[in-house]
Write a protein that binds this ligand. Structure first.
Ligand code: ATP
Length: 328
């Protein structure tokens, strides 16, 4: 467990509490990384994830002097090449659109997140965006396999290949090639700016979406906004060997620390994802069902969902349902 900064530590304490009442058989090795943490501390965290195979993580706050963000370093070193967000509407949660059910498969280790930039001459800065055939291909493969294995109908590739003809052009070409191997799935491509507009006006046209790194963070924030905000949805980071679970839009929430108003659902959903990954399906279902009952039946909503409940009210209600399940 890497609690991270901002609201991360308080949300992790609720994960531990819910696990305790639900009898979830997990012991956490907790490692805290601070903005001032040295490279050794980060390496300890990475070694711990390698040893355990999985982690749950809050967003780490970076010191602006760090050459590379701690969050990016973890994803790169563990080769967590894909970030998956399943974004769906909860019944009776106020939102801009209802019945949204979209999976975004996002490139997680290259593209615009290389953090390779330099000042060529004073007043002129260059930044390197890197797209590789190999990483694009395994990402596209992941998206099509996910669509196929989950009974999805369509994969949409999001890009800006009309301007970034070589980099996004390569990404798009690989998606087209991959689509030929999956004739039962419909394939579409869309330019990222049009995609943003289409999402806001008619999100129901989208099913599974695959995209480079930066578009991923923008598109997932838009979709989270459409289903009720950043406090609901979890995200999964996968590589060949390791998996890291976290709130989907990786917020820190520094402005709401300690005020008992943060929505705990995204972090609890991340914990349920981790349990599913570990094969603890009973406990995963228990937590997901408790969340759904709390949001959709009991209508216990935090302020971000236009409700009046505090963080601890929501957690208390989830624990009430978890206790019921744990007795079964
Ligand atoms: P930082 O906090 O890292 O400076 P930021 O200012 O962009 O980044 P975020 O942490 O990304 O803020 O959060 C964006 C907004 O969403 C903030 O207003 C924050 O309070 C809110 N927010 C984030 N997480 C939650 C949550 N779990 N529940 C409710 N609101 C949240």
């Amino acid at each position: 467990m890497l609690p991270g900064g901002g609201i991360g530590p308080e949300l992790m304490s609720f994960v531990k509490e819910v696990f305790m009442f639900g009898g979830v058989p997990i012991n956490f090795e907790t490692i805290q990384i601070y903005p001032s943490s040295r490279d050794d501390d980060l390496q300890n965290a990475i070694t711990s994830i390698r040893r355990n195979g999985v982690a749950i993580k809050g967003n780490l706050i970076d010191n602006f002097n760090n050459e590379i963000s701690h969050n990016v370093a973890i994803r790169n070193e563990l080769d967590l090449f894909v970030n998956v967000l399943h974004m769906y509407s909860y019944k009776n949660v106020p939102s801009k659109h209802q019945n949204i059910d979209i999976i975004v498969v996002r490139q997680n280790i290259e593209g615009e997140y290389t953090m390779l930039e330099h000042e060529v001459v004073e007043g002129v800065v260059e930044y390197l965006k890197v797209i590789t055939k190999e990483n694009s291909r395994r990402l596209a493969r992941y998206a099509f396999e996910l669509a196929l294995n989950n009974g999805r109908k369509k994969v949409t590739s999001v890009h800006k290949a009309n301007i970034m003809k070589l980099s996004d052009g390569l990404f798009l070409k690989i998606c087209f090639e991959m689509a030929k191997e999956y004739p039962d799935l419909q394939f579409e491509q869309i330019i990222v700016d049009n995609c943003c507009m289409q999402l806001v006006s008619n999100p129901h046209q989208f099913d599974v979406m695959v995209m480079p790194n930066l578009y991923g963070t923008i598109i997932t924030n838009i979709i989270c906004g459409l289903v009720g905000g950043v406090g609901l949805i979890s995200g999964r980071n996968y590589g060949e060997n390791y998996a890291v679970f976290e709130p989907g839009t990786r917020n820190t929430g520094t402005d709401i620390v300690g005020s008992n108003i943060a929505n705990p659902v995204a972090m609890l959903n991340a914990s349920a994802d981790m349990l599913e990954h570990l094969g603890l399906n009973f406990h995963c279902d228990m937590i997901r069902t408790a969340i759904t009952k709390t949001l959709s039946e009991d209508l216990v909503h935090t302020m971000d969902l236009c409700g009046k409940a505090s963080t601890t009210d929501v957690v208390g209600n989830i624990i009430k349902h978890v206790k019921h399940f744990a007795k079964m």
